[in-house]
Design a protein around this ligand. Structure first.
Ligand SMILES: [Ca+2]
Ligand SMILES: [Ca+2]
Length: 192
């Protein structure tokens, strides 16, 4: 094979890999794509500042020895320390996020999980509580699962300036009166 045809083949393979990587936004399902299948649920989806909401991330079909579970949410919410735990085979296992970092628009929580940690069922749910701290107009709480690089120490693996976050699933969130619709302009007494 000539050098140019090898180059063309390489380019094709890179494009094909990129296409596979981009096509899983609706909750996963392509085998060989994401590091695990995840679904996120937020309940309730509308809270006031000072109130709390629970986030549940279902994890299944982990395809790596270990994965990083990344949760992203707007700055109008904050993680309530000590509330995160896994429910695996009916047993609660407390887990603190390894990272709880914010940039100018979002906060990221990062949890590292081994496939062994999911036990016999190979699946589990990660729960955490978030508190509303300021108005959030209709927005989303998202989850992305990536490979836990075994050559990189987990304490330094996540880089907030390069979070490598592409949401695999999301659920809606609103805090306070923030809304894209303007139908509630008459309710002025719904503050704190
Ligand atoms: Ca690592
Ligand atoms: Ca990613």
């Amino acid at each position: 094979m000539s050098r140019t045809s090898i180059r063309a083949l390489t380019a094709f393979l890179i494009l094909a890999a990129a296409a596979i990587g981009c096509g899983t936004g609706g909750g996963g399902g392509l085998s060989g794509g994401p590091s695990a299948n995840v679904n996120i649920g937020v309940e309730p989806n509308h809270i006031d500042s000072g109130d709390r909401t629970e986030v549940a991330v279902q994890i299944a079909s982990v395809r790596e020895d270990a994965v990083a579970i990344k949760i992203r949410f707007p700055l109008g919410l904050s993680y309530v320390t000590g509330t995160a735990y896994y429910l695996i085979d009916g047993i609660e296992v407390v887990s603190n996020p390894t990272e709880n970092e914010s940039d100018s628009t979002h906060t990221y929580l990062v949890f590292y999980l081994t496939a062994e940690g999911l036990g016999h069922s190979g699946s589990g749910t990660l729960f955490m509580t978030l508190e509303g701290v300021s108005d959030v107009t209709d927005d989303v709480i998202e989850v992305d699962v990536d490979l836990d690089d075994p050559t990189e120490n987990n304490r330094t693996e996540f880089d907030i300036s390069d979070p490598q976050f592409d949401a695999q699933d999301q659920d809606s969130i609103r805090v306070g009166s923030g809304s894209s619709s303007s139908t509630s302009s008459s309710s002025s007494s719904s503050g704190a």
